[in-house]
Design a protein around this ligand. Structure first.
Ligand code: FAD
Length: 384
């Protein structure tokens, strides 16, 4: 593994850095200086303006081919992009679930026509995608999915309910898992569908999180007819009845590369500044240094993952190790920040909001208990 950046990569970083600072300032001026969370209606509207700015300048999905709205870059460019993006204090991406979770599955299993239809609009934030996997009776046990898709002439009829759909109330499309063979069990007989949310028979009901943002939705399907051509290139990702293949393709990306090291490095650097400003005692300084080193370790680990992918390998069950690391690190970083702030933490915005979101890290993208099961069985080869 070569840890030095090439001249082109350094130039890419410099170009991005030069672009980010003035454009962030302009966008913040455009939205009047008060920035809302991307899990609120106002925040999504603000961030769509930001996303379109990113897209227009070619920064939306740097590692995608240009024809889909990318920059013909590599995953290395993505890592650099993320480092600079978070360092500059840019907002969380409201396009993330499409760009980071659905797109890798489309690259692996989608048809050229599907990619042509879906990816450019995703990159341009013309369509916002949400993930419709979890149901009231299927979370960790995703193979228990009960929402149904019945094949009919010219399309599918959908019934059932999804829940915990991040930003569902603000999205235009959902990618989700439906049972298409009523006699099937577990991970067989499932179909992965691309669904516009404005179809008759679909009701999206937003609901609040612990922090008050309307970040989640429940999505109800009551005999909704999904025409085969509702999404250009067709609505089935992969093959009908083989939706689990797409789940595997998606889950690897979500656990392994959804969260970039740049995000935690930026938080760790902010923590070090906070510790210095607060005149932290010896023990807190030690905790801050340890957390910073863990962020750095995550960076090195990700460089290794990207090396494997670059050489044609795949993200396997090891993605679960990354998920455990970033989710636990995020809590550690925020807990120390709150300790340093003391009672002021109640009044302080970003660290305390960040802490509330960090607490969800061990739950979403598959709970950490499940990741530990995967590591035990599939990485370490321990018995079930
Ligand atoms: C912030 C956030 C965003 C989310 N966004 C989305 C989204 O966009 N789309 C979507 O589809 N879902 C989303 N989810 C849902 C998330 O994927 C589920 O909450 C998660 O998979 C757990 O499922 P569950 O809530 O049904 O809990 P359960 O599966 O009921 O689990 C309850 C508890 O039991 C433990 N447990 C269950 N089975 C086992 C086992 N075999 N071994 C050991 N422990 C076990 C779990 O670890 C957990 O602690 C989101 C969740 C959060 C918190």
């Amino acid at each position: 593994m070569d840890l030095t950046w090439s001249d082109e990569q350094r130039a890419f970083r410099a170009e991005l850095r030069d672009w980010l600072e003035p454009n962030l300032a302009e966008w913040r001026q455009q939205i009047g200086g008060s920035e809302f969370s991307g899990d609120t209606r106002q925040g999504v509207a603000q961030q769509l303006a930001w996303e379109r700015r990113l897209y227009a300048a070619g920064w939306s999905a740097v590692w995608w081919p240009r024809r889909y709205g990318g920059r013909d870059g590599t995953l290395w460019d993505w890592l650099i992009f993320e480092e600079e993006y978070w360092r500059a204090g840019a907002p969380q991406r409201v396009t993330q679930n499409g760009i980071q979770i659905l797109a890798p599955a489309l690259f692996e299993l989608g048809t050229p026509a599907q990619r042509d239809a879906v990816l450019p609009r995703m990159a341009a934030a013309a369509d916002l995608w949400c993930q419709g996997w979890s149901e009231p009776g299927a979370g960790s046990d995703l193979a228990a999915v009960a929402s149904r898709a019945r094949a009919v002439d010219g399309g599918w009829v959908l019934d059932g309910q999804k829940t915990w759909t991040t930003r569902g109330a603000f999205c235009t499309h959902l990618f989700g898992l439906f049972r298409s063979d009523p006699d099937s069990q577990r991970h067989r007989g499932l179909t992965y569908l691309l669904v516009p949310l404005d179809l008759d028979g679909i009701t999206v009901r937003g609901f609040g999180r612990l922090d008050g943002d309307e970040g989640f939705a429940e999505v109800f399907f009551d005999g909704a007819f999904l025409p085969d051509d509702a999404v250009g290139g067709g609505v089935v990702l992969g093959e009908p009845g083989r939706g689990w293949d797409a789940v595997i393709a998606t889950a690897g990306a979500e656990r392994g590369l959804l969260r970039s090291p740049g995000r935690y490095q930026a938080t760790a650097s902010a923590l070090i500044e906070l510790a210095a400003a607060a005149g932290a005692d010896r023990q807190s300084r030690r905790r801050a240094a340890e957390a910073w080193m863990k962020a750095e370790a995550f960076r090195l680990r990700t460089l290794e993952t990207v090396t494997v992918l670059d050489e044609g390998g795949a993200v396997g069950a090891e993605a679960s190790l990354a998920k455990l690391w970033w989710s636990e690190l995020d809590i550690e970083l925020h807990e120390l920040a709150l300790d340093l702030l003391g009672p002021e933490a109640e009044l302080e915005g970003p660290w305390s909001k960040g802490h509330q979101f960090a607490l969800a890290g061990p739950i979403y993208a598959g709970t950490n208990e499940i990741q530990r099961n995967i590591v035990a069985e599939r990485v370490l080869g321990l018995p079930r």
